[in-house]
Design a protein around this ligand. Sequence first.
Ligand code: NAD
Ligand code: LMR
Length: 337
Amino acid sequence: VASGAVPAAGVASISSGKRAASTASGFKVAVAGASGGIGQPLSLLLRNSQYVSDLRLYDIVGAPGVAADLSHIPSKAGVSGYGKDDVEAAFADVDCVVVPAGVPRKPGMTRDDLFNTNASIVQSLAEAIASAAPNAFVCIISNPVNSTVPIVAETLKKAGVYDPKKVFGVTTLDVIRANQFVGHNQNIDPKELDVTVVGGHAGTTILPLLSQIEGAKFTDDDIAALTHRIQFGGDEVVQAKDGAGSATLSMAVAGARFTDRLLAAASGVSGIRECTFVESNVADTPFFSSRVQLGPSGAEVVEPIGPMTAFEQANYDEMIGTLGDQIQKGVDFVNRA
Ligand code: NAD
Ligand code: LMR
């Protein structure tokens, strides 16, 4: 058991090395849903992050086993696993909680079809964060992100600990997909791209701003095809997995990139700008994904959407009502009688 974070009796935990405080030497990070398809590779990547000194794995099943496995990977950082009833111990005083807990889609489902199951999972995790780690950054991966992020915000508000700079919907998978698809279309190394993708994280609410990519030249057909593929990339994976879930490995890479950059900024690295779904007033909905300047306090500056072409503006106009409805659904869920 990592020193200073003593789980309740009976919790199987593994620690390798001493735990550092959240200083220049690293941060305490919890993953909720750590045994899942995303949770395991994400935890593996965070195990190797220079910014993580104490990794806490929480899941209703299997987290101590995943922690035992990761603890054999050489690292100065601690790693510990917590079972179903030990969420408070898992989150105690952490700096950041990353949440890939909940059910994934099967073919024929929308992300909104996951709401009934995932809304309460995310709400209960947010309640635990409010009580055990009220100052933590919260990175929400669980779908439908357009509704689960407002659920977290409302739950933290009810507990009196909401800081809009610290709650993020992770939309980085849309960005890395855009980098990959655009890179191949333009014959540019995808690793050199960082496409701005705004809006939400579901179908047409995902809006890549291809016109803002410097130096790229697209035909109208390219723009239509690339925009559609970025918006529905998740469905491509759901169909290919044929009932076995949705994107996990690419999501783990995306989740680790976002967490790493957030923690880098928190540790004082300047100039980090990531697209992420946060509370803001840059659009016509209370939450919106756009480029955000990250710093020690979290989302320090939410940048405006910037210039849009007529095609992008038409896409925006068409989806913004849907995005607003999905956000309101999350707000209403927490405030239901
Ligand atoms: P999965 O079923 O493989 O794993 C989910 C894990 O969550 C399981 O280990 C399960 O035991 C755990 N879990 C369930 N309830 C829990 C609770 N109350 N507390 C802690 N853990 C709990 O699913 P997955 O493929 O890893 O996907 C997880 C979620 O991420 C889904 O909702 C999926 O739609 C979403 N997702 C989001 C993005 C994105 O871009 N934001 C990308 C891919 C998947
Ligand atoms: C994705 O974009 O791959 C995820 O949101 C999972 C899904 O349901 O498509």
